[in-house]
Write a protein that binds this ligand. Structure first.
Ligand code: GN1
Ligand code: MG
Length: 371
């Protein structure tokens, strides 16, 4: 279902037929397939939703509709200009649903392409500050999302206890026969398991709330304009209830890494404290007003946790024989695991500094009555 004519057939489920239509691959997500569509003078993004990962597509799209409608309303109330480039707009299929299911059981959706935008896989402290403001604002706008909580598009997505259960099951079944090769990593993961499941315990004790989170705050999920001002937060598949430390942590895992997520030269990989500081300042400028002390005290921990969680998830997939993430080579998931583990070790070495940066930025952003 991927050749150009078939893709165009899908496109015409959402917009009127036009002979002047082109479809090209776009982006580098690990889960969905994305395409850029040009039809006449209009540009769109077409996506095939990975249905084995996102099992309930109607609920997924319903979440996204609720979130984008709410954000649009907030931007309108503030008289923000150029709103169509600041929030995603999905295009209903001809039957008015926000997705289309083809005869092979593939699910598709289409949205407007945000013009003159770009994303970065690695950024500088100034852009990190702007990214922090953007994700802080994103969470803040969603604090009062009306109605019930959002649907959990992937149940237990950032639940570390659950991720460890999955990992241990994969170790036991050793489906791809790769356990021997990664024995040391398994020990390193187990040695940190107690520490890393702390948020679930705090939540059960009523000390750590769940809020509407983005749950995939990778650095490349922010679109900037040509002047490097933030336009829009994208990739809303996983917007669902979660701990704010997860969103904070996932940005640091991706944006504050001096190397790449799958760097094979581990000397490249470490925590960049200037980026950590830039993002923290931006984030807390917008978020300090609604966060509790416990949430703030655990933000730096969130950076460690999300890096650990990604180490565990990549290793689980390696043990399972690469069934979840798209891979570029047979060892890709192992390379990703090693690079994430190296980043985790660097965060552990620098943890006191990270914590200090967070607490100082939080103190600066407390309202006078809270000081
Ligand atoms: C996946 O596909 P992408 O790049 O948006 C994953 C994230 C991981 C990330 C690792 C639904 O995101 O949770 O952190 O890869 N998304 C899902 O880079 O599993
Ligand atoms: Mg994603």
């Amino acid at each position: 279902m991927q050749n150009s004519d078939k893709l165009k057939e899908v496109v015409f489920q959402f917009i009127d037929k036009n002979d002047n239509t082109e479809v090209k691959p776009l982006g580098a997500g690990h889960i969905n397939d994305s395409f850029k569509v040009k039809s006449g003078d209009k540009e769109y993004v077409l996506q095939r939703i990975n249905h084995s990962v996102f099992k309930n597509v109607p609920e997924l799209q319903n979440n996204i509709l609720r979130v984008t409608t709410h954000i649009r309303k907030k931007l309108e109330d503030k008289n923000v200009s150029d709103i169509d480039r600041k929030v995603l707009t999905f295009i209903p299929a001809h039957d008015d649903k926000l997705f289309y299911e083809d005869e092979d059981g593939n699910y598709w959706r289409m949205m407007h392409f945000i013009s003159d935008s770009k994303s970065y896989d690695s950024i500088n402290p100034k852009l990190a500050y702007r990214a922090g403001l953007a994700f802080g604002e994103f969470q803040k706008m969603l604090v009062d999302l009306p109605g019930e909580q959002l649907f959990e598009t992937i149940p237990n997505f950032h639940n570390m206890e659950f991720r460890l259960d999955q990992f241990r099951a994969s170790v036991r079944s050793n489906l791809a026969g790769r356990l021997m090769e990664v024995n040391n990593l398994v020990k390193e993961i187990e040695a940190r398991a107690e520490e890393m499941t702390k948020p679930e315990r705090l939540h059960r004790e009523g000390k750590l709330p769940k809020r509407t989170n983005h749950c995939d705050t990778k650095v490349n999920n922010i679109l900037f304009d040509k002047n490097d001002e933030v336009l829009c937060v994208v990739d809303l598949d996983t917007v669902m209830p979660g701990y704010v430390l997860s969103d904070f942590g996932d940005f640091m895992r991706t944006g504050a890494n001096t190397g790449k997520e799958d760097d094979t030269n581990l000397d490249n990989v470490s925590i960049d404290l200037d980026i950590f500081e830039g993002y923290t300042k931006g984030y807390l400028q917008n978020a300090a007003s609604f966060l509790t002390d416990v949430e703030i005290e655990n933000l730096a921990f969130g950076a460690k946790l999300l890096t650990y969680m990604q180490t565990v998830r990549f290793l689980t997939d390696y043990l399972d024989g690469d069934t979840y993430y798209k891979i570029k080579s047979g060892k890709h998931n192992l390379e990703r695991t090693l690079a994430q583990f190296k980043l985790l070790q660097s965060m552990e070495e620098n943890f006191d500094k990270m914590q200090q940066i967070v607490l100082e930025a939080a103190a600066e952003n407390k309202t006078p009555s809270e000081k």
